[in-house]
Design a protein around this ligand. Structure first.
Ligand SMILES: [Zn+2]
Length: 173
């Protein structure tokens, strides 16, 4: 399995407007009425199924949807199908990264990562293990971007990543 681009074909008002827009793996349509309600995504694994992804918090468990400018589409958290092909992937800045498959070292597409790393480092509270999501919210940044910055800081021995239940949580060393 390879990573692929998320191909946002259209923004429509209802599911019945999708028609044949979803043809290839990674094709996506946003259903928007006032605000984004759903993303329909042709499964990136190639199984041919269309995955409905809820973006509307009022309708239950919802993914966060980031869209704008050069950022491309991002969803948070990851999408993990519990039926059918059971694909697990993240959508990050217009790319679909399949988990448990091929790891792409060039996957990072964070603009000005050094600046983000600096801001993450400065705003991280000292002495506590916290989730990168909380810091992303505080900074108004995409969680995957902040996670990328945290991984860099961990490799540089500035941060320590938690283990077990505290995986994906970090504290200053
Ligand atoms: Zn699939």
């Amino acid at each position: 399995m390879k990573n692929l681009d998320l191909n946002l074909k259209a923004v429509v008002e209802s599911r019945s407007d999708i028609g044949t827009l979803l043809s290839k793996p990674g094709d996506a349509v946003i259903i928007q009425r006032g605000q984004p309600r759903w993303m329909m995504l042709k499964c990136p694994c190639g199984c041919g199924e269309d995955i409905p992804i809820n973006l509307d918090r009022r309708a239950g468990k919802a993914w966060r949807y980031y869209q704008g400018g050069d950022k491309g589409v991002t969803l948070y958290p990851s999408v993990w199908r519990d039926t059918g092909c059971e694909s697990h992937f993240i959508v990050w800045r217009g790319r679909i990264l399949l988990m448990g498959g091929y790891v792409d070292d060039d996957a990072s597409s964070v603009p000005d990562l050094p600046d983000l790393i600096r801001r993450v480092r400065m705003s991280w509270p000292s002495g506590v293990m916290i989730s990168y999501v909380d810091v992303a919210d505080k900074l108004g940044e995409i969680p995957w971007d902040v996670l990328e910055a945290c991984r860099h800081l961990t490799r540089e021995d500035v941060f320590v990543e938690g283990s077990g239940q505290q995986r994906a949580m970090f504290r200053r060393r």
